[in-house]
Write a protein that binds this ligand. Structure first.
Ligand code: NPG
Length: 387
């Protein structure tokens, strides 16, 4: 009989309710060291909205993972700033906040905007950690001090340049290579990478580029012993994914389709996937990411931590989340140097030769925000204060 995992109690509240002095949004632009191309578009610079909660003598940092254009989901950096300015920030500034659940309740009457919500929940938890002197991993009930990581490699202009990038990242120790695919950049590419690296953990991510009519084509991926195929079909679909999963051997993993705990449960119930990518930003914050993790753990569905080209601030949150017991597969949490020539945190995130990253152990994020560098990369600041 296996021993049940009893998550340690989570600490999502400060010792006493906190009246925020300010909710600040900082729009930051960080050039990527290498363009990132997926089936839906190309990113050369990451434009990020950082959230900074301020109370007397302490701050809390969060990151909003929305992109400039509504390509991954309907949110954008501008919709996130606007919904926080007009609706979310006034609710949070109105009276002292008691807990994460208190934030959820205050925003419950509003629909949607999970990435904007998540930025606020992240800032809240960093603040709680700093006030309590505890690292995020302890607040969340993490059980590991190092997490296994992989790398996600975008579509390249040529197969040779992709093969070169695969080679380099395997040599760096990454435990899993994920290839972005789309019609016209799939079977031949995967076949050649698999031929050169017969033993690596290899997965593919289609970012919704196919339909069920592509079943005969997708079934050919079964020949390459892939760890998973991620989000092959429509972003808001579960039914077709269930039909696909029933007819291919490769495990289907869902990303875009899992927008909250309810969807995660439905997907598992109807067999729409055998794995789930948890992105705290995509699902609306810790208030959803934690129950999704717990539901998957209870059903033995492996999860892993996805990435959205976050700065070190968002990545520190991802590292804490990935330290939870259900995260049994390597996450998309790569070294700072894989994304940026300089990160917003010090020290930068590094990947050891065994393909693991240390979970920060200092209070809150556990990494120092490099405020001078951050200021130099800041495009705009919106500051919301108590009336
Ligand atoms: O290492 O953070 C990372 C990138 C992981 O592939 C990755 N992210 O579809 O999951 C995705 C993709 C993505 C990145 C999507 C940026 C949207 C924006």
């Amino acid at each position: 009989m296996s021993t049940p995992v009893i998550p340690s109690p989570r600490v999502l509240a400060p010792p006493t309710p906190i009246a925020l002095d300010a909710v600040e949004l900082r729009l930051v632009k960080l050039p990527l060291v290498h363009p990132f191309v997926t089936s839906f578009g190309r990113v050369d610079s990451r434009v990020i909205v950082l959230v900074r909660f301020e109370v007397a003598g302490e701050v809390g940092w969060g990151e909003i993972v929305a992109m400039e254009e509504p390509l991954f989901n309907y949110e954008t950096v501008e919709t996130a700033r606007e919904v926080i300015r007009r609706h979310f920030a006034p609710e949070l500034l109105a009276s002292p906040i008691a807990s994460l659940d208190d934030i959820v309740q205050r925003l419950a009457r509003f629909r949607g905007h999970p990435m904007a919500r998540a930025g606020l929940e992240l800032a809240w938890l960093d603040l709680v950690g700093r006030l309590r002197g505890l690292p995020l991993t302890r607040l969340l009930g993490g059980t590991r001090d190092r997490v296994s990581v992989g790398v996600s490699l975008g579509i390249e202009p040529t197969l040779d340049s992709l093969l070169d990038r695969v080679e380099r990242h395997v040599a760096l120790g990454y435990q899993r290579i994920k290839l972005k695919i789309k019609p016209g950049w799939d079977l031949d590419v995967v076949s050649e990478v698999r031929r050169r690296h017969p033993d690596i953990l290899l997965s593919v991510d289609a970012n919704t580029a196919y339909t069920l009519a592509d079943l005969p084509h997708l079934r050919q991926l079964d020949a390459f012993t892939l760890l998973m195929i991620e989000q092959p079909l429509e972003h808001d679909d579960l039914i077709d994914h269930a039909a696909l999963q029933a007819q291919i051997q490769t495990p289907v993993c869902l990303d875009e389709s899992i927008t909250d705990e309810h969807k995660a449960r439905q997907a598992m119930t109807i067999g729409a996937c055998r794995m789930i990518n948890i992105k705290v930003g995509r699902v609306g914050g810790y208030s959803q990411a934690l129950p999704i993790h717990d539901a998957c753990l209870a059903r033995d569905v492996p999860v892993w931590c996805g990435g959205m080209l976050e700065s070190g601030i968002g990545r520190a949150h991802n590292l804490a989340l990935a330290s939870l017991p259900g995260f049994s597969l390597p996450g998309d949490i790569s070294a700072s140097s894989r994304y940026f020539s300089r990160d917003l945190v010090a020290p930068p995130v590094t990947v050891a030769a065994d393909g693991t990253v240390a979970v920060p152990q200092g209070p809150g994020l556990g990494l120092d925000v490099d405020e001078d560098f951050l200021r130099s990369q800041t495009v705009q600041v919106d500051r919301h204060t108590r009336a």
